[in-house]
Design a protein around this ligand. Structure first.
Ligand code: AMP
Length: 281
């Protein structure tokens, strides 16, 4: 496995691989790998001749009050785990090379970034789409794998790729969970043992919603109220949002009449956790 830090070297590696007719799969990450990341890499490995994984904690997608500085990092461990899977290249660009002085170009997807995390984290998706477009231009993959845990991010990146006629495919990969249902996340390390117990309330709330809908509850305000009460009955929790929306447009829905995305963001202690599921009536 190669560890590449410079943009020019990454470009050269990709150009050579493409000239040799190899199919490049790409998994962009912020590192501190868990089984969620690793399953994306395995998926890429199945579909590609060569797999590139980027590790870049992207400063421009964090708000001023967010956890950019504290975000967990462990490049040595990440490299070891990626190598075991058979990843070909780890690309870890420097922020100073990605955003040199004078940098002033950003990509913005409009409607899809307005609700959910977009409403609570101003500028977040602008940072995500900008870094993804830059990484796509540098790595030149044939496809990139994104986790459906960040469902809105997946839709937004897919939209950008379609709207800007980029030559790659975006593949969505299912959410990987701990045994008790908690969605894996690098941010789970922020949880104290007590908070970790409470954190299962996100997954439990998703299951509760599925059950209620199965039993015939279809009115969204009623469902929302029940889920919110359920979540805040767990210590250390504070709800950021509980939203039911159309799974493609992310428009809010008032009633469960077809497949509906239920998306949650909940603070558990200082960790902001997200989760989602597709509800089928
Ligand atoms: P991150 O390092 O958190 O930016 O995540 C990198 C990629 O891994 C993104 O496409 C995430 O959606 C995906 N990912 C993170 N956690 C999970 C999970 N529990 N299951 C599936 N994919 C995940």
């Amino acid at each position: 496995m190669r560890l590449i830090k410079e943009i020019s070297q990454m470009k050269t590696w990709s150009e050579t691989s493409r000239k040799n007719g190899l199919r490049i799969g790409f998994v962009p990450t912020m590192g501190y790998f868990h089984e969620g990341h690793l399953s994306l890499m395995r998926r890429a490995k199945e579909l590609a001749d060569k797999v590139v994984v980027s590790i870049f904690v992207n400063p421009i997608q964090f708000g001023p009050q967010e956890d950019f500085r504290d975000y967990p990092r462990d490049l040595e461990r990440d490299a070891r785990l990626a190598e075991e899977i058979g990843v070909d290249v780890i690309f870890t660009p420097k922020a100073e090379e990605m955003y040199p002085e004078g940098f002033q170009t950003f990509v913005e997807v409009e409607r899809l970034t307005k609700p959910l995390c977009g409403a609570r984290r101003p500028g977040h998706f602008r940072g995500v789409t900008t870094v993804c477009l830059k990484l796509f231009n540098i790595v030149k993959p044939h496809f990139a794998v994104f986790g459906l845990k960040d469902y809105q991010q997946y839709l937004v990146v897919k939209r950008m790729v379609a709207d800007l006629n980029l030559d790659l495919e975006i593949i969505g990969h299912p959410i990987v969970r701990e045994k008790d249902g908690l969605a894996m996340s690098s941010r789970n390390v922020y949880l104290s043992p007590e908070e970790r117990k409470s954190a299962t309330c996100l997954y439990k709330a998703l299951c509760l919603a599925q059950e209620k809908v199965k039993k015939g509850v279809r009115i969204v305000p009623t469902l929302k109220q029940e889920l919110e009460q359920f979540i805040i009955s767990h210590p250390y929790t504070e709800i950021d949002y509980v939203e039911f929306c159309h799974p493609e447009t992310l428009d809010p829905v008032k009633e469960i009449a077809g497949p509906t995305l239920l998306a949650l963001a909940v603070f558990v202690g200082k960790a902001r956790l997200i989760d989602n599921t597709l509800i089928e009536p």
